[in-house]
Design a protein around this ligand. Structure first.
Ligand code: GDP
Ligand code: CA
Length: 304
C-alpha cells in the first residue's frame, strides 16, 4: 500500500535487525517508517552520554555496525580503551575509538542544550538510516536493577556482571514523569500499523511502554508484535534472565501476554504455540537469518 505509515518500537540489536527488514519492505512498497527506540540503557561513562540502543539502530541501518561482534562500529580500534586501562580506568563497557567520536558529538550537543531527539537527527545526517529515528523520550529514563535491595544501572548488571546477580526487579527511573519525544505520539497516531520488534520485552520494550501515553496510543492502533522468544529460548543474548527475574516464563505465549492490553496480533515461531486472550496469534518462521527472512516476518505482521 503506497503511502502507508509504519511505526516500530525497538531496542538495540534485535530491534536493528528487525528494522532492516521493515526498511526494505517500506522501500519496496513506498511506506514511511519511524522507529521509536529505547533509552533505558543510556548511561554516562567518562563524562560521555552513551545511547547503546539508538547507536545500534543507527550504525546498523547506516551500514556502519560490526556484524561479527554484533555491536559497535565496524573497523573499530581500541586505543582509547587501552589508554584508559593504563590509568586503571578501562571499565567494563567496550568503548571503541570510532564509537567515542559519536559519544563526543552527542555529549557536546546535549550540553549545548539540544534535546536527544534533535541530537539523534543530527547524528543521522551522517548515517542516513533511511527511516526516521526517534528516542522514546527526550527526558532521562534509566533502567536500574535491584540487587540485594540496592539499585545498579542496567548496563552494569548486564555487561559487568553478565546478568548473573539475582535481580529482584527492574525500575525505569524517571519514566513516570517523562514525556514521549517530539514526533513519537504523532508517529503512533498516524501509523497504519505499529510493530513491536522482537526486542527484549523487559528492558528494551518495557521502558518505552512505561512512558505515560505510549501504551494508550498503541491500544488505539493496529499493533502487531513479534516474539523475541523461539522455542523457549531468547534466540541470541540473555533476555531469558530478565524474564525470569520478573517471574515471567520464557515462552512466546508469556511475552505476548505482557502486551495483551494493546496487541491486535502476535507473531510466534512455528516451534511455539500461544493463546493470548483477545489477540490474533500467527505462527510463522521468526528467525531473522537475513534481510529476506526478516522482510517475510514484516509481511506476516502487516497482513495480520
Ligand atoms: P539489545 O537492546 O541490543 O539487547 O537488543 P534488543 O532488545 O532489540 O533485542 C534483543 C532480542 O532480540 C534478544 O533477546 C532475542 O530474543 C531477540 N532476537 C535476536 N535475534 C532474533 C531472531 O532472529 N528472531 C527473533 N524472533 N528474535 C531475535
Ligand atoms: Ca538494549
Amino acid at each position: 500500500m503506497t503511502g502507508m505509515r509504519i511505526a516500530v518500537l525497538a531496542g538495540g540489536i534485535g530491534g536493528a535487525r528487525f528494522l532492516l527488514g521493515v526498511r526494505a519492505w517500506g522501500l519496496a512498497n513506498g511506506a514511511e517508517v519511524t522507529a521509536i527506540v529505547n533509552v533505558g540503557d543510556d548511561v554516562t561513562l567518562h563524562g560521555l552520554r552513551i545511547c547503546p540502543d539508538l547507536d545500534s539502530v543507527m550504525y546498523t541501518l547506516g551500514g556502519g555496525s560490526d556484524e561479527t561482534r554484533g555491536w559497535g562500529r565496524a573497523d573499530e580500534s581500541w586505543t582509547v580503551r587501552e589508554e584508559l586501562a593504563a590509568y586503571d580506568e578501562s571499565g567494563w563497557f567496550g568503548l571503541g575509538d570510532r564509537d567515542v567520536a559519536t559519544h563526543l558529538v552527542r555529549t557536546r550537543q546535549l550540553s549545548d542544550g539540544l534535546p536527544l531527539s534533535a541530537v539523534t537527527a543530527n547524528l543521522c545526517r551522517r548515517w542516513q538510516p533511511g527511516i526516521t529515528l526517534l528516542p522514546a523520550t527526550d527526558d532521562r529514563v534509566e533502567t536500574h536493577v535491584i540487587v540485594d535491595g540496592a539499585a545498579m544501572h542496567f548496563q552494569e548488571w548486564w555487561i559487568r556482571h553478565r546478568a548473573e546477580l539475582p535481580a529482584e526487579r527492574f525500575v525505569f527511573v524517571g519514566a513516570a514523569g517523562a514525556a514521549p519525544a517530539p514526533g513519537v505520539l504523532d508517529a503512533l497516531g498516524a501509523a497504519d500499523a505499529v510493530l513491536i520488534a522482537p526486542s527484549n520485552p523487559v528492558v528494551s520494550i518495557g521502558p518505552i511502554l512505561a512512558i505515560p501515553g505510549i501504551r494508550e496510543a498503541l491500544a488505539a492502533r493496529r499493533t502487531v508484535g513479534v516474539s523475541p522468544v523461539i522455542g523457549g529460548a531468547p534466540v541470541r543474548g540473555m533476555a531469558d534472565k530478565c524474564l525470569t527475574a520478573i517471574g515471567v516464563p520464557v515462552t512466546a505465549e508469556a511475552v505476548g501476554r505482557l502486551y495483551a492490553d494493546f496487541l491486535t496480533g502476535w507473531l510466534v515461531d512455528e516451534a511455539d504455540e500461544a493463546e493470548v486472550e483477545g489477540v490474533k496469534v500467527i505462527r510463522t518462521p521468526l528467525w531473522m537469518t537475513d534481510e529476506t527472512a526478516t522482510v517475510a516476518i514484516v509481511e506476516s505482521a502487516l497482513a495480520c
